[in-house]
Write a protein that binds this ligand. Sequence first.
Ligand code: SF4
Length: 437
Amino acid sequence: MPRTVFFETFGCQMNTADSEAMLTALRRAGWQPTEDVESADLVVFNTCAVRDHAEAKVRSRLGLLRELKQRRPQLRIALAGCMAQREGRALLARHPQLDLVVGTSQFSRLPELVERLHEEPRIAALDFEDWDERERADVEPAPGVNAFVPIMRGCNYTCTYCVVPMTRGREQSRRPEAIEAEVRRLVAAGYRQVTLLGQTVDAYGKTLGDGTTLAGLLRRLHAIDGLLRIRFVTSHPKDITDELLATIAELPKVARHLHVPAQSGSDRILRLMGRRYTSDEYLRLVERARRFVPDIELVSDFIVGFPTESDDDYAATERLLDRVGFAAAFVFMYSPRPGTPATRLADDVPEPVKRERCQRLLERQLAQQEAQHRALLGSVLPVLFEGPSKTDPGMLFGRSAGQRAVIAPRDDALIGRIVPVRIARCTALTLYGDPLP
Ligand code: SF4
């Protein structure tokens, strides 16, 4: 009988990609994925540490497994990823049902660590190591049109609210030839779009010290026949060079999309966050991006309720949002993360104020998005269809050359193709249209 593994992923796209790598390694070692946690021989949670909410979910899942482990003591439970790295060995003490803690540089060792549990009952593997290309060898992403490809890991910035430098370590870039080989393999397997991932993806190449840049990597990948679109997330405002913007403008396969978090519009708060730019500098970046790529769609993250954020600071964030006209924005309430420098500041914005600012900023953003979408009614957009819509399987889901979600009547022959679509109606979040012959 093959041994079975129940796998659950929390958090960002990087975690999705890491889970795909771990699952591939487990499959190669003879494990078979199962949806049934009750009968699984191994349970793996790939975790997120960005907000306490994400960690609380994992703690609750672990609690549910305690009883299962009592009934089936041979069950093995592993916790991998950012929460594992952040809390480390302490997790084993806190959760007696847990067998294995796997840090963010140790994913490729997961099958070997599970085997080692026969000799050593409880293991925490947490060392930061150099990028191990074995981790990406033959990774099988979820079936579909898009594949996530991590091109770097870690971060050399020190934003005061962020756990990433603790959980992912210092910045490391993969070799461009290894990334190209992976993308060629994925395209040969039928994927048509790659999303290149990094915490500060626009800093890609810096640590290689040989002049490698994201712009150069985009050129390299653009030459691959059969690849239709290339996306990359997430960018830091300081690392977007003119060379990168000129490359996006020049290469038609590169999405007209920059996810470049502003986080706040208040210079005082940006300083406290350690973001290393002012709101003016951010606005100048927006201007520069639009000069090079007039149809670029900008997407931002915002944190509201950062310590000491006053009404005036919040108002500055609204002003920035209005001045830029983002194509989308993700708004989060500040949540202090243990061990980060921002915890030295009192978390003094009351919860209801945080919630209200979060709501107001989101509503403001959605009103702008709806107006942008209305302006697109009647126009024709090139849409790469990715598959059936998750909310309505009778329809197809795709994305524009930027990042807008487009829904059209289902025709499976269109999946994996870029098709002109005339936009007929819209909501703030979605465009609906009809493919043209
Ligand atoms: S640049 Fe992004 S990943 Fe790096 S410390 Fe700042 S918020 Fe965290």
